[in-house]
Design a protein around this ligand. Structure first.
Ligand SMILES: *Cc1c(COP(=O)(O)O)cnc(C)c1O
Length: 294
């Protein structure tokens, strides 16, 4: 079922355990700020096993996920497939040894093709690639939609309520969903997810190639784990980072400052960002580099 719900991505951090954590035990793979938040929320409802983590290197890589120690009683294994703040993507899904895989795809929604049959549940707040903040889309396998959820789960928080009512149980956020519809039509006209994927690859290549050749800037993520959508980078000097952010803002390249937990800069190359926007950023960075490296 594909459900159009509200409450943004964060509400799913609670809805998932309420509906799926029947044995009160779940495994979380912690690769950045968003999976950490989700694991924290799940602890309200039961035992959270941290199956793997990249906290040791400030979430700059994806740990090995091929042979995890999976406790027998786990209700599901949770990942955040694209960590928005840290700029990593899980490119090879974890071996869950038969357990249900749950994935937060908020910041990579419709940016590249995904095989939905590999997951029990996928969800994304739509505000990165699809529509206005507040709407969240949940794609869930029908056998996971159940009545015997955790006790005290409110009616609005049950997937079954929304699945049984075709996402029209209460007044839906019509305007937000309408805008999502317009974006779906735009994407189909462009050639669909495969077409936008090619564009996103070209955009990311432009920036990563420049970063790899730069003597001033460098990316903060291990190459094999780099995100197509979120590109954090630094100069190595806080003062120079601040100077770059200011100069970029003045040149019309807005919101380039990185999240405070990583520092430096972050370029988000979501579906709506055209190739020309990335080219402009790279040109500006090259000019800045020339002026600061003699
Ligand atoms: C943006 C985002 C969310 C959702 O945030 P809300 O503000 O609650 O909609 C969740 N997970 C990830 C990975 C995100 O990037």
């Amino acid at each position: 079922k594909v459900l159009f719900l509200q409450g943004g991505g964060f509400t799913q951090f609670a809805m998932i355990p309420m509906n799926l954590m029947i044995n009160r035990s779940a495994g979380y793979i912690v690769t950045g700020q968003w999976s950490k938040k989700a694991a924290g929320e799940a602890k309200i409802f039961g035992t959270v096993h941290e199956l793997a983590s990249s906290a040791d290197k400030n979430f700059s890589y994806i740990p090995e996920l091929g042979d995890l120690n999976i406790p027998e009683d786990l209700d599901y294994v949770y990942i955040c497939q694209n960590e928005t703040v840290h700029g990593t993507t899980i490119k090879t899904l974890p071996n869950t040894k038969g357990k249900t895989l749950v994935s937060d795809i908020s910041s990579m929604f419709l940016s590249e093709p995904l095989d939905v049959t590999k997951y029990g549940l996928l969800f994304g707040g739509v505000q990165k690639n699809v529509g206005p903040a507040g709407v969240v889309i949940v794609i869930v396998r029908e056998d996971l939609i159940r009545d015997d959820v955790l006790p005290f789960t409110p009616t609005m928080m049950k997937y079954k309520t929304h699945a049984d009512n075709k996402s029209l149980f209460n007044t839906p956020p019509c305007y937000g969903i309408y805008i999502c519809g317009l974006v779906f039509k735009w994407l189909l006209k462009l050639g669909g997810v495969n077409a936008i994927h090619r564009i996103n690859q070209a955009k990311a290549k432009l920036l990563y190639d420049y970063l790899d050749g730069s003597k001033l800037f460098h990316g903060t993520v291990e190459k094999k784990d780099r995100s197509l959508m979120n590109v954090p980078f630094v100069t190595g000097s806080r003062e120079l980072d601040a100077e770059f952010v200011n100069a970029a803002t003045q040149a019309g390249l807005k919101n380039i400052k990185g999240h405070r937990s990583v520092g430096g800069m972050r370029a988000s190359l979501y579906n709506a960002m055209p190739v020309e926007g990335v080219a402009k950023l790279v040109d500006f960075m090259a000019e800045f580099e020339k002026a600061h490296i003699s």
